[in-house]
Design a protein around this ligand. Structure first.
Ligand code: ADP
Ligand code: NI
Length: 222
């Protein structure tokens, strides 16, 4: 199978699996991450495996642990089982499986310590693209969409953001959605890996700051 056909097959599989997916992990999130991954990859000076980037981006949220009782092994397994049906090399499958296993923001926390489990340029590209989707105008929309789904307040001046979030704390957080900006979104730009990812994150970060400024101005009109 050509790479184009492999990508098409994977798109069909992912679309079908994510039918009715909850909280911002729908097909369009995948499509944005896929496109931004290609954009970032295009600007990357170093050699990279575009097929791994493409399939990694398409499969990165195939089974969100939030909806599998916190089980973080489901996604990589579903991805690997699907990739075997495409007849890809074992090495390629293993690489994509690692991308799915290591993409999540939550995986950078382990008992409050940052650990690196696996790394590759292809993972960095997809991770940057995934993080970009949590920033900018789309990131704001996704945050309030998630907050609404969880019935969270948009803002509460009495509840301060928790800046010392552990892996468990991040998963259990009940705070207002504006706090999420300080607990996660505004930290993302300094975690970007690639030059293109960094540049795009800077722009989207500036947009978040501008949004917050306007938000507080409207909240405190006097
Ligand atoms: P990831 O895919 O990196 O693990 P999540 O699944 O935690 O990210 O988040 C998916 C989307 O929902 C992101 O845009 C993220 O900012 C948003 N989100 C996650 N947790 C919260 C929260 N507590 N409040 C508001 N938005 C959130
Ligand atoms: Ni994602």
């Amino acid at each position: 199978m050509s790479d184009a056909v492999l990508v098409e097959r994977t798109i069909s599989f992912v679309k079908e699996r994510l039918e009715g997916a909850k909280s911002g992990h729908d097909w369009f999130h995948i499509q944005r991450v896929f496109r931004n991954s290609l954009l970032i990859a295009r600007e990357e000076a170093k050699e990279l495996d575009l097929l791994v980037v493409s399939l990694g981006a398409l499969l990165h949220d195939i089974a969100d642990s939030k909806f599998h009782n916190g089980d973080e092994t489901v996604g990589p397994k579903v991805a690997a089982d699907f990739l075997k049906t495409l007849g890809l090399q074992a090495k390629t499958i293993a690489h994509i499986e690692q991308i799915v296993a290591n993409i999540s923001f939550k995986n950078t926390f382990t008992s409050g310590k940052t650990v690196k489990i696996f790394n590759s340029l292809e993972l960095q590209v997809v991770q940057d693209a995934d993080r970009l989707d949590a920033l900018g105008a789309i990131g704001i929309a996704r945050a309030f969409h998630y907050g609404g789904y969880k019935n969270r307040k948009i803002y509460d001046p009495e509840i301060a953001p928790n800046l010392k979030m552990t892996r468990e704390g991040y998963k259990k957080s009940q705070g207002p959605t504006i706090n999420h900006f300080y607990e996660k979104l505004l930290l993302l730009k300094d975690k970007m890996h690639t030059p293109a990812g960094k540049r795009l994150a800077e722009e989207r970060h500036a947009f978040l700051l501008h949004y917050l400024e306007e938000f507080y101005r409207e909240w405190n009109p006097l």
